[in-house]
Design a protein around this ligand. Structure first.
Ligand code: GLC
Length: 727
């Protein structure tokens, strides 16, 4: 059949193809750039913290972006100066750390990761975006994608834990959610910041290119492919090179290999900090290094606005590099519609809408991890319970770190919410998490005599995690363990709820309670969620997004480790069992700690339910696969308990032999499966063989033929292995 297309339609199609919105934006950028003086170009590359006091800088075209101002009136004042008083009227990009909510605080990102529910995380990001944009914010410094394998590092609170796959899925969900709400993302911190030696913030890292490509890059690449508009450089030096001055990272990888056309911003003064790193001799030198490495915007070093014009005149920075940087900045501003609509409606601030509070509560429900339950939970509604502990009624602490714009008076605490479910006796026991006074413990113990059961709320004040808040001990602070122990001595059923910004070492506390629920600072609606979980109106489904250690001395410990040449056999002799005058090699020579053994307290992906689940009938559609195949993994999941409940089923794979040693397990799929009590579902995970690729000994990204194993289970430590081959 011959199809004739009128010539005009062909012409029209060609015309439209030649004027796509994207090309139209580039034409606008070219037009504007052509009018800009070097000083005005440099002004766009300058990001300053503040509000109304930046009006003068804005009027002179010397600031391209501001952060830490969320007052719509102040924002409009700065914006008017930029748009109406500066020579070219280029609008200001308003940015803020909207890390886990803006006004309505969602659980910390580490808690959101524990939901293993990217759809819910996306929804939360969209709500956070809606609230932030209504205040005038157009860029958030989120999602934080740093892989975190060491809970001594306080910033594990802000990321999605230790697994590259979970991290990438959650990062993508946040980028998509922010975009839906009209908020640009800033993926950070590029790169490897979470591998700080000793878990001490800002410390050096030593990551090979292969480790970067196999573990630390994937989440950034996925987020950029999902449309992340900007990226932030990290504070750390990797192998002696600070990320902010690393051309291989910021140009060779980000631009040339990944084709990123967004804007690169430094972290706070991370350009200037290259002097302290010993990588730059002074601020002018640091500026030269950062700009030539590929940085577009300078957060608060004042180096760009002070030295770039000089450096260009001296030929140390090409003006073409400045033009590229300004293009990236202007492109973002055009794409955000700032030229068309630069001002915020001061009457339309959006906060705490019912759907926001509901989504925050649902996220807090799904993020709670049941670590232990001897039958204490759920507590029967209407019973008389003693509520105690410094986190039972701590509205500010409950929001967690990076809650700049959260408002504590909107927080629903567990004490607030439990009063609707139980007859509550309240004795805090301790005033705050570091409180060492024991007077309150005696009062709580005395009060317990009137209670049928006890719920102890412990954990961390918000200040104890987050940036610059590393800990060398991860035990509960203050006299919290003593409080738990005192409650255990009453002989009453004791449930412990931990609210923290990181996995703490709570082994000794587990021994003093019948149940433990772990809730990474659950945000505004955390109290409602915890009350519903404690009384059984909701059933816990959260899973550990990071390995929980026995002691801080085990760090870094993570599930997707290499096997080593002397893997632990599980029969090793522990300290208390070593005979006197034991022979040097009598304990065997395998990888473990004499005093804390080998394994963690809880593995990655772990979490209990009030119900129980059974995996069976694990099957593969084939036993041999070629590169272009998709592996069909089938299994049955039965809810063998008495509660309707949700299980996060996880698929792990191991490449048994590679041109480089490969991890003993890698998460490749997961899914939340809801089952009625007694119900069984047949589930299939589809895994393209191409997703078994890794950067090998020759630095090729490829799938190597050979034998593999896979597991489907409710955590990274369980399940029966099934073998298959890639040919
Ligand atoms: C901080 C953090 C970064 C944050 C930035 C702006 O130092 O490292 O994550 O986005 O400054 O507040």
């Amino acid at each position: 059949m011959k199809i004739s297309i009128p010539l005009f339609s062909v012409f029209l199609a060609a015309l439209l193809a030649g004027c796509s919105p994207k090309d139209d934006t580039e034409k606008k950028i070219d037009g504007l750039l052509g009018k800009m003086t070097l000083h005005e170009k440099v002004g766009q590359m300058n990001q300053l913290s503040g509000g109304e006091w930046l009006v003068e800088s804005a009027a002179k075209g010397e600031v391209g972006s501001i952060l830490n101002c969320v007052d719509p009136k102040e924002i409009n004042a700065v914006q008017r100066a930029a748009v109406e008083d500066s020579r070219l009227g280029i609008p200001i990009l308003v940015s803020r750390d909207v890390i886990h909510g803006f006004r309505t605080m969602f659980p910390l990102p580490i808690g959101q990761a524990a939901t293993f529910d990217p759809e819910l995380v996306r929804k939360g990001a969209a709500i956070a975006a809606r609230e932030a944009v209504s205040s005038g914010v157009k860029l958030t410094f989120s999602p934080m994608l740093d892989i975190a394998r060491d809970p001594r590092w306080g910033r594990v609170a802000e990321g999605s834990g230790e697994d590259p796959y979970l991290d990438a899925i959650m990062g993508e969900a946040m980028v998509k959610g922010y975009k839906e709400g009209g908020l640009a993302s800033c993926v950070k911190h590029f790169v490897g910041y979470g591998a700080a030696e000793g878990g001490r913030d800002y410390n050096s890292t030593l990551l090979t290119e292969r480790a970067l490509r196999n573990v630390y890059f994937p989440a950034f690449k996925k987020a950029i492919n999902a449309g992340a508009e900007t990226l932030m450089t990290s504070f750390n030096d990797n192998d002696g090179i600070p990320s902010t001055g690393n051309k291989w990272l910021l140009t060779d990888i980000l631009r040339d290999e990944w084709g990123f056309d967004g804007m690169v911003v430094t972290d706070w003064n991370s350009s200037g900090e290259m002097i302290a790193h010993g990588f730059a001799s002074d601020l002018k030198h640091a500026t030269e290094i950062s700009v030539n490495a590929g940085v577009d915007m300078d957060m608060m070093s004042y180096g760009f606005i002070s030295f770039i014009e000089e450096l260009v005149k001296e030929g140390k920075i090409k003006e073409s590099r400045i033009d590229d940087a300004v293009r990236n900045i202007l492109r973002l501003k055009f794409r955000l519609g700032l030229f068309d609509n630069p001002y915020v409606d001061e009457t339309a601030v959006d906060a705490y809408a019912p759907d926001a509070l509901e989504a925050a509560k649902q996220t807090a429900l799904e993020s709670a991890i049941l670590l232990k339950n001897d039958g204490v939970l759920p507590l029967k509604k209407g019973r008389t319970i003693l509520v105690t502990g410094p986190l039972a009624d701590a509205p500010y602490e409950q929001m967690g770190t990076w809650a700049f714009d959260g408002e504590a008076d909107h927080t629903v605490t567990p004490l607030d919410a439990l009063k609707d479910k139980f007859n509550v006796i309240y004795e805090p026991g301790l005033s705050y998490s570091r409180d060492n006074s024991t007077a309150g413990i005696l009062k709580a113990r005395a009060a317990s005599s009137r209670a049928e059961a006890i719920v102890v709320f412990v954990g961390e004040e918000a200040i104890l995690s987050g940036e610059a808040h590393s800990l060398s001990s991860l035990n509960l602070q203050g006299a919290q363990s003593e409080l738990i122990s005192a409650m255990a001595s009453t002989g009453k059923p004791v449930a412990v709820v931990v609210m923290a910004g990181r996995p703490l070492t709570i082994e000794r506390d587990l021994e003093n309670c019948g149940a433990m629920l772990y809730s990474f600072h659950p945000g505004t609606m955390g109290g409602e969620a915890l009350a519903e979980l404690l009384c059984g109106e909701a059933v816990p489904s959260g899973k550990t997004p990071m390995t929980f250690l026995r002691t801080a001395g085990q760090a870094p410990m993570y599930y997707n480790h290499n096997n080593t040449g002397r893997p632990n056999t599980g029969t090793e002799t522990l300290l208390e069992d070593i005979p006197i005058a034991a022979g040097q090699t009598s304990l065997g020579c395998t990888s473990y700690y004499l005093d804390s053994g080998y394994g963690p307290l809880f593995p990655f992906g772990y979490g209990l339910s009030y119900s129980s689940f059974e995996y069976s009938n694990l099957t593969l559609d084939k036993s041999k696969y070629s590169a272009g195949d998709t592996i069909m993994v089938g299994f049955d999941l039965e809810n063998t308990g008495e509660y309707d409940a949700t299980e996060v089923a996880q698929l792990y794979v191991r490449d048994l032999v590679g041109s480089v040693a490969r991890p003993v397990k890698e998460l490749k799929r997961f899914g939340r499966i809801t089952l009625k009590a007694g119900e069984t579902k047949h589930v299939t995970f589809e895994l393209p063989v191409s997703e078994l690729a890794f950067w090998n000994a020759d630095m090729e990204f490829t799938v190597e033929a050979g034998e593999f194993q896979l597991w489907v289970a409710g955590n990274s430590a369980e399940g029966e292995a099934l073998s298959f081959n890639v040919i």
